[in-house]
Write a protein that binds this ligand. Structure first.
Ligand code: PLP
Length: 428
């Protein structure tokens, strides 16, 4: 592995113009130290930095690239679409094609609206829920991240947690007061809150598998109780499946756990690596949106033809028989390999998996919520991350993020990763 000299020179120059040298905070490597990797190009499971180092990439652009970098079918679809015009600001056939493909996989989505990011999806879904119910309060869970909309930056995970600012400055006290929070997976606390304030809650928003505090699975009964309580109090249940949608299985987390939310937010995979988000759900709620109803929502680039084409090309491959089973099977081998290696080295660790997503916690006990995630050995995570990077394996540069594999992560790549892990741990 060559020293990242070119990356360092680039980052120094970029930092004079781009805030912190980046356009999204976790990329700055603040939690893990050292020079951020500056990417030159990607192909399949790999990317290369400016110095020519090759890495096996377990971030995959934070989830969207379920076929790996520069997947040929996706690239071709984007090229074909670009030749026909990059944006129209008017109706086109690609919007309907992608909408139908999504609805086929996620039947709770009767109607859908495309936006340009996951953040836009969640903040639009919340506005809709408030518009539909006439209520103001929302409930979210500590350590869940739903993008950077004001009312959602309360006890937020992901980069906000990484940088120690889960409650961002700039969010007004009035907005923060309208966001109630509870620990993830705490069913008794959920019941108490709904008993006291259920009638004032417009929406409860949840990551059905929490992928922004590492990766935490819902305990049995948590999502079921959320569905039951929200239904009983006339509160809209919003599943934020920006990360889990088309990731943990063909029907997202709701398909996996058999629970139908009122609204679903999507992003990442549905854009095939281009900027897309979407929110959808029951028609009787979605029809409150303009132009049919009084809740306003719009976007110059919403339903962008390149993004629709790219997403559709990706979802077509994902719909092939056995696609998700293969991914899950391969990742299970990697996770078990990691567990075995950590055990041999006497390192207390928890490796969690949902479909093609994983989390690694350096802790002797299972992690079920944000407090337990924060109590893990973060200093060791930092050393492990850097040792893996040195061996050519790129993990998320924060302990509060999930990892992802793609269809391009073959058995050979899994074996290479496990060997690299052995070498990394020996080097520590
Ligand atoms: N919701 C979840 C669950 C996410 O993981 C993210 C981003 O990681 C978002 C929303 C925000 O999406 P975006 O970064 O596209 O705005």
């Amino acid at each position: 592995m060559k020293a990242r000299e070119r990356s360092a020179r680039y980052f120094e120059k970029a930092s004079r113009v781009l805030v912190g040298g980046v356009n999204s905070p976790v990329r700055a490597f603040k939690a893990v130290g050292g020079t951020p990797v500056v990417v030159k190009r990607g192909l399949g499971p790999y990317f290369w930095d400016l110095d020519g180092n090759r890495y096996i990439d377990y971030v995959q652009s934070w989830g969207p690239l379920i076929l790996g970098h520069a997947a040929p079918g996706v690239v071709k679809a984007i090229e074909r679409s670009a030749k026909l015009g990059s944006s129209f600001g008017a109706c086109h056939e690609g919007e309907l094609a992608l909408a139908l493909k999504i609805r086929e996989a996620i039947p709770s989505i009767e109607k859908i609206r495309f936006v340009s990011s996951g953040t836009e999806a969640t903040l639009s879904a919340l506005r809709l829920a408030r518009g539909v119910t006439g209520r103001s309060l929302i409930l979210k869970f500590e350590g869940c991240y739903h993008g950077h909309g004001d009312s959602l930056l309360v006890k937020a995970g992901s980069g906000a947690a990484t940088l120690g600012i889960p409650d961002s400055k700039g969010v007004t006290p009035a907005q923060a007061r309208e966001t109630l929070t509870l620990p993830y997976n705490d069913i008794p606390a959920l019941r108490r809150l709904f008993r006291a304030r259920g009638g004032s809650l417009a929406a409860v928003i949840v990551e059905p598998v929490a992928g922004n505090m590492g990766m935490v699975l819902p305990v049995p009964g948590f999502l079921e109780e959320l569905r039951r309580l929200s239904y009983a109090s006339g509160t809209l249940l919003i599943f934020d499946e920006v990360m889990t949608g088309f990731r943990v299985g063909a029907g997202g987390a709701q398909g996996r756990f058999g629970i139908k939310p009122d609204l679903t937010c999507l992003g990442k995979v549905i854009g095939g690596g281009l900027p897309v988000g979407a929110f959808g759900g029951k028609a009787r709620y979605m029809d409150h949106l303009a132009p049919l109803g009084p809740v306003y929502q719009a976007g110059t680039l919403s339903g962008n033809p390149l993004a629709m084409a790219s997403g559709l090309a990706m979802l077509k491959v994902c719909a092939k028989l056995g696609f998700y089973q293969n991914l899950e099977h391969r990742l299970a081998r990697l996770c078990q390999g990691w567990r075995d290696i950590f055990a041999v080295h006497g390192i207390p660790a928890q490796v969690s998996q949902a479909g093609s997503m994983f989390g690694i916690y350096f802790s002797g006990s299972p992690v079920r919520n944000f407090d337990e995630a924060k109590a893990c050995d973060l200093a060791f995570f930092k050393r492990f991350f850097n040792a893996m990077l040195q061996q050519g394996v790129y993990l998320a540069p924060s302990a509060f993020e999930a990892g992802f594999i793609s269809a391009a992560h073959s058995d050979k790549i899994i074996d290479e990763t496990l060997k690299a892990t052995e070498r990394a741990l020996k080097s520590l």
